[in-house]
Design a protein around this ligand. Structure first.
Ligand code: NAD
Ligand code: UDP
Ligand code: UDP
Length: 314
């Protein structure tokens, strides 16, 4: 039988956070879902609102928080370029002050804390695929820096609390993840292309479309986060979580258009500044330490995601 724990999920009304709340409740835990609803929405968690083991807390992680829990997943942070560049100062504050407050909370409670870090800590990588020991190639003063450097500083704080206060930390470097409950207007490529294809609008392909990404389905990613939280206390990470299937963005556009059966045509747009040319995780460490690897093939993940957006757009 699994031990029942009280778990705090910051950013719990967001895309990943809401799926994590679902899985934790299904496993029998009590969940406090904290969110300031900047990019998250009540729709993502409304099916949980009546459950006695689920509690919703409107709160901003840049302010101190006093609750009693056994575990913390720190996911609060806008994740798409459109949203994190909307108020870049707030983005850095969310990553940095948010990390300090949640680490302070974990320190008082002596509880385990997991940070949702990102492949963006590698920037526009000069090493491929990316392993955890690669230090990255990040512009400190560009439009993506508020997110990239904020997340890097949060990792620094996690490891300083680990060294200085012997805190039980876990750091996941999450690569591009997609699935139902992605925000329809946050500009991320999978949601953009699906929404455009469903509406018969032009597919906006940035640059020549030869840049690559690897896309992990949300169920696989959540499985990785839960395994990491449950891993031996000697294992802190950082550990890459993502898919090894690397595709060009053009291939993604063509696949989505074909799967939707859409009349949409591809339109080329200029490439945003500092857009990474290629990205794929080396997940050897996750395989070895967590026994984890993604299982859902791109086509079935896309098919679930297309079905979600079809319903959402009515
Ligand atoms: P999301 O925008 O859907 O979720 C983030 C949530 O955090 C939202 O519900 C938002 O309202 C909340 N939030 C933002 N600022 C807050 C604040 N100051 N206080 C409280 N809540 C706040 O994004 P997501 O894709 O679910 O990402 C979740 C986490 O995973 C983020 O930390 C993100 O950086 C990380 N991540 C996601 C991906 C991905 O591909 N989805 C990749 C790498 C890392
Ligand atoms: N903090 C919090 N909840 C707690 C304990 C601390 O939000 O239960 C915040 C508090 O605002 C503090 C921060 O976490 O500023 C860092 O806490 P820590 O104990 O590491 O540092 P200190 O209080 O000494 O500055
Ligand atoms: N992209 C695109 N068209 C869009 C949205 C994104 O061609 O409508 C490209 C973008 O330039 C990038 C890739 O798709 O090369 C992934 O973009 P996303 O914002 O989803 O994630 P990230 O750049 O953070 O990996």
């Amino acid at each position: 039988m699994i031990e029942r724990r009280s778990v705090l999920v910051t950013g719990g009304a967001g895309f990943l956070g809401s799926h994590l709340c679902d899985r934790l409740l299904a496993a029998g835990h009590d969940v406090i879902c904290l969110d300031n609803f900047f990019t998250g929405t009540k729709r993502n968690i409304e099916h949980l609102l009546g459950q006695p083991r689920f509690e919703l807390l409107r709160h901003d992680v840049t302010f101190p928080l006093y609750v009693e829990v056994d575990e913390i997943y720190n996911l609060a942070c806008p994740a798409s370029p459109i949203h994190y560049q909307h108020d870049p100062v707030q983005t850095t504050k969310t990553s940095v002050h948010g990390a300090i407050n949640m680490l302070g909370l974990a320190k008082r409670l002596r509880c385990r804390i997991l940070q949702a870090s990102t492949s963006e800590v590698y920037g526009d990588p000069s090493v491929h695929p990316q392993r955890e020991d690669y230090w990255g190639n990040v512009n400190p003063i560009g439009p993506r820096s508020c997110y990239d450097e904020g997340k890097r500083c949060a990792e620094t704080l996690f490891f300083d609390y680990f060294r200085q206060h012997r805190l039980d930390i876990k750091v996941a470097r999450i690569f591009n993840t997609y699935g139902p409950r992605m925000h329809p207007n946050d500009g991320r490529v999978v949601s953009n292309f699906i929404v455009q294809a469903l509406r018969g609008e032009p597919i906006t392909l940035y640059g020549d479309g030869k840049q690559t990404r690897s896309f992990c389905y949300v169920d696989d990613l959540i499985d990785g986060l839960i395994r990491l939280m449950g891993s031996d206390s000697g294992f802190t990470g950082p550990v890459n979580l993502g898919s090894e299937g690397e595709f060009t963005i053009r291939h993604l556009a063509e696949t989505i258009v074909a799967m939707v059966g859409s009349p949409s045509r591809i339109e080329f747009r200029s490439l945003p500044q500092d857009d990474p040319k290629q990205r794929r995780p080396d997940i050897g460490l996750a395989r070895e330490q967590l026994g984890w690897q993604p299982r859902v093939p791109l086509e079935s993940g896309l098919s679930n995601t297309i079905a979600y957006f079809r319903e959402l757009l009515g």
